[in-house]
Design a protein around this ligand. Structure first.
Ligand code: PLP
Length: 386
């Protein structure tokens, strides 16, 4: 039986066209992009071309893209780089309480170094209220960082409105767009953000490559010093094959975007609707409408999510209980607790994220298998309690 991968939010398979593109830069054009011979210059051209493609996907100028080792580094760079560059202006940063650990933990570290962090709570759908952000701004505020959409529950934030508030107050705004880029329309101009983080492996590119968009004119302190690569923003010989792959992935994402939004929204709605009909005491986590097209997150009362994940694993169906980063941690997800779920409901959560190669037949098989597995696990739990 064919395996069914429903964990695209954790990582996507690399598109074969991306692999093709990358192999050229491992086997034929392998020179150091800083070398002045033809080999080196061809590598440099590949990086320049990829920078154009990534910039185009988010409506930026190519000079505004700095390649990094992934989304985690982009988030670290944004927060620490702005905190360092603007410490004379103030020491206050605003974020939400459902950010990825690569934001939350950086804030914790900054908090230990004299910065003050305000964590804005979210509502039952995981939505930030822009008024709460407005009220939190004070003369010391130097940065607001709110993710565009959440990696666990898929809720899409009112980012344009929040960015408008930031602009009016003269405060810089960063967004973690790791889960949105290539999945919904992401345009830095329309959003009105100053900094935006990206990761290639969430959009059918390779792992270990990402980027930070830095609006022209924004002052940011580099974190990695050396020979001054990436226009002085991030030293280290560029991962030319990975960056070329990221560029190809960005180009494909742009071509497929509108069709995939429609196709994946249809499949996701079908999955949610059928599971809700077939499983009692099921709760959809996240916003019903303002959510990523690929995201289904449900709590199934009376079930331990990990037990269900492992049962489905034996059937060749790969899902997640929260974000991949939380998988080895037994404490309930911070995101699910923040939207008001009890520890038991948080532990009963399942995340199913679809992608470019998910078919209707695969979703039908999940709809056929999952309700029976739930009934079986509920019966075992019930017996165990007697
Ligand atoms: N931000 C979000 C919202 C994510 O989902 C992830 C990865 O799961 C990251 C940041 C980190 O990206 P990377 O895996 O490229 O370090």
């Amino acid at each position: 039986m064919e395996n069914i991968y429903l964990d695209y939010a954790a990582s996507t398979p690399v598109d074969p066209l991306v692999v093709n593109e990358m192999s050229l830069y491992y086997h034929e054009i392998y020179g150091n992009p800083s070398s002045i011979h033809q080999q080196g210059q061809s590598s440099r051209e590949a990086i320049d071309e990829a920078r154009e493609k990534v910039a185009r996907l988010i409506g930026a100028k190519s000079t505004e893209i700095v390649f990094t080792s992934g989304g985690t580094e982009a988030n670290n760079f944004a927060l620490k780089g702005i905190a360092l560059a603007h410490k004379d202006k103030g020491n206050h940063i605003i974020t939400s309480n459902i950010e990825h650990p690569s934001i939350t933990n950086v804030c914790m570290i900054l908090g230990q170094s004299g910065y003050r962090i305000t964590f804005i709570p979210v509502d039952e759908y995981g939505m930030v209220n822009p008024d709460d952000v407005k009220k939190a701004i004070n003369p010391e505020t130097i940065l607001i960082s709110i993710m565009q959409a959440n990696n666990e529950i898929g809720t899409i934030q009112p980012l344009e409105e929040i960015a408008g508030i930031a602009r009016e107050a003269g405060v810089l705004i960063h967004t973690d767009a790791v889960q949105t880029t290539g999945h919904i329309d992401v345009d830095v101009g329309k959003l009105g953000v100053d900094l935006l983080s990206l990761s290639a492996h969430k959009l059918y590119g390779p792992k270990g490559v990402g980027a930070l968009y830095i609006r022209s004119g924004v002052n940011i302190t580099p974190l990695i010093h050396g020979s001054g690569h990436e226009d002085g923003h991030r030293s280290g010989t560029e991962n030319s094959a990975g960056i070329a792959g990221f560029g190809k992935a960005a180009e494909l994402a742009e071509e497929e975007l509108n069709n995939e939004i429609l196709r994946q929204t249809g499949l996701r709605n079908y999955l949610i609707q059928e599971l809700s009909h077939r499983i009692d005491n099921l709760k959809l986590n996240g916003h019903p409408g303002k959510r990523l097209p690929n995201n289904t997150n449900i709590s199934v009362e009376g079930i331990n999510g990990t037990d269900l994940l492992l049962s489905l694993d034996t059937e060749g169906i790969y899902i997640s209980t929260g974000s991949a980063c939380m998988a080895e941690n037994s404490t309930p997800s911070q995101v699910l607790t923040a939207i008001g779920l009890s520890p038991a409901m948080a532990r009963s959560a399942l995340r199913m994220t679809i992608g470019r190669w998910t078919t209707r037949e695969q979703i039908d098989r999940v709809i056929e298998i999952l309700p029976g597995t739930v009934t079986h696990l509920r019966a075992i739990t019930h017996e165990g309690q007697q």
